[in-house]
Write a protein that binds this ligand. Structure first.
Ligand code: NAD
Length: 427
């Protein structure tokens, strides 16, 4: 698409999520018949901040980390999105993740635009006290641009409810009063929502089961491989296993394991709690390479680790016929083409993993009203919203001859573009 925006560099074997996010947007703009100006508006983040975070290490030395916050679009409300701690964090990645958040919020009709944040460091190499100092300094640097009506962070890769508690406390202390609505995914005893901790994984499994039915697969006769055993992957594997699906392969960043008879996911979770990894779990075989999990002979593949893992260089080796994207952006645009030609059915991230932001929205509503819902209310409202979005995507795909990613992106972009048009351009 013509315009002032440069296409970020990258090759198919070195995926660039921003390039993929913009390619998906360009396709949706074309399908909707919108103009190049709208593409440029929606391809460009509204606000980006880079901060340096000087850290006093426990041994007294000083180190400076880099942190980012990108707010992609504010047409439909405050911005919302996770905070990632990973050595791979960079500005283009954060921009892509922020754009996908905008589409996700629009698709499930919650009144937010998308944002994302990250700090480039590996939290496994830092003490809890150091991570707390990093989190508090990052939060104080972002004070002017976050807040319950501005931008609301949540956990993502490498962060958890403790990190959200430190953010909420830092923001509140500097504001002079307690502001529970500034973050979501925080502990329940300081205004977190019941059901938030496993909302993303519950949603992934809920949508995976809907997709199985759509494809004529019966849970008890279905095998699944899950990449990543963190907040999203472990819960998705557990809920699917509880629904009778046979989980035959699981990986994390340290390695991959398999068992043709199915893995007892509840026991595996205990093993991971005590050892830190899926590797070495009794009764399973190690796979030669961690990424061999992607090529497992299964019906369903759930990538739930990070973006760009299924790319032009390996897509043809995937044997699964159904991919349910737990991670954000795990499949590159080139891989999408290869997989579609091979008849692989993909349930896109902005639909499959939207359970997290849906319950984050519920948490924000509860925190702002100081009125708490029961876990049963949260779960019912979560599944109602996900079912509604699922049927919208199924119907749009059928009506317009689109695949599910196109349908989901088109519905979302249409929603955001119409809000943008209604508000007009200032000045
Ligand atoms: P997490 O940090 O809790 O877990 C990540 C897991 O992936 C870990 O088990 C890690 O060992 C594993 N991993 C990392 N790289 C890997 C690789 N190359 N191969 C195999 N395993 C690898 O993170 P999370 O919160 O579960 O997030 C996972 C993905 O889901 C991310 O893309 C994130 O943006 C997305 N997501 C998370 C949420 C949420 O609520 N946490 C919501 C929507 C989407």
């Amino acid at each position: 698409m013509a315009g002032a925006l440069e296409t970020p560099a990258g090759t198919e074997t070195a995926p660039n999520p921003l390039r993929d996010a913009r390619a998906q947007l360009a396709e949706a703009i074309q399908i909707l018949g919108l103009n190049g100006g709208m593409y440029e508006v929606l391809a460009t983040p509204r606000r980006e901040v880079t901060v340096s975070i000087p850290l006093r290490r426990d041994d007294g030395t000083i180190e400076v980390l880099l942190g980012y916050r990108v707010q992609h679009n504010m047409s439909r409300g405050p911005t919302k999105g996770g905070l990632r701690y990973s050595p791979d964090v960079n500005l283009d990645e954060v921009r892509a993740l922020a754009m996908w958040m905008t589409w996700k919020c629009a698709l499930v009709d919650i009144p937010y635009g998308g944002a994302k944040g990250g700090i480039t460091f590996d939290p496994r190499n830092y003490s809890p006290q150091e991570i707390e100092r990093v989190t508090r300094r990052y939060t104080s640097e972002l004070m002017p641009i976050i807040g319950p009506m501005i931008d609301i962070p949540a956990p993502d890769m490498g962060t958890d409810e403790q990190v959200m508690a430190w953010m909420m406390d830092t923001y509140s202390v500097n504001t002079g009063f307690t502001v529970p609505g500034v973050v979501t995914g925080k502990p329940v005893n300081i205004g977190g929502s019941l059901g938030r901790a496993n909302a993303t994984s519950r949603g992934v499994s809920h949508i995976a089961l809907a997709a199985l039915a759509h494809c004529g697969l019966v849970p008890e006769q279905t095998t699944v491989a899950v990449q990543g055993f963190g907040k999203v992957g472990s819960g998705a594997a557990l809920f699917l296993w509880q629904a009778g699906v046979k989980v035959t392969a699981i990986s994390d960043q340290y390695g991959a394991i398999s068992c043709a008879d199915g893995i007892d996911v509840a026991l595996l979770k205990k093993h991971v709690e005590s050892t830190g990894s899926v590797v070495g779990f009794a009764g399973t075989e190690p796979l030669a390479d961690r990424d061999d999990l992607l090529y497992a002979d299964v019906d369903v593949l759930i990538p739930a680790a990070t973006e760009g893992v299924i790319h032009g260089g390996n897509a043809s080796q995937i044997k699964a016929k159904l991919i349910v994207e737990g991670a954000n952006g795990p499949t590159t645009t080139e891989a999408d083409r290869v997989l579609e030609a091979a008849g692989v059915f993909i349930v896109p991230d902005i639909l499959a993993n939207s359970g997290g932001v849906i319950v984050s929205y519920f948490e924000w509503v509860q925190a702002n009203q100081a009125f708490w819902w029961t876990e049963a209310q949260v779960e019912l409202r979560l599944t109602e919203r996900m079912d509604h979005a699922w049927h919208r995507v199924v119907n749009a795909a059928a009506a317009r001859g689109m695949n599910f990613r196109q349908a989901a992106t088109v519905l979302a972009v249409e929603t955001v573009a119409s809000a943008h048009t209604a508000r007009g351009l200032y000045p």
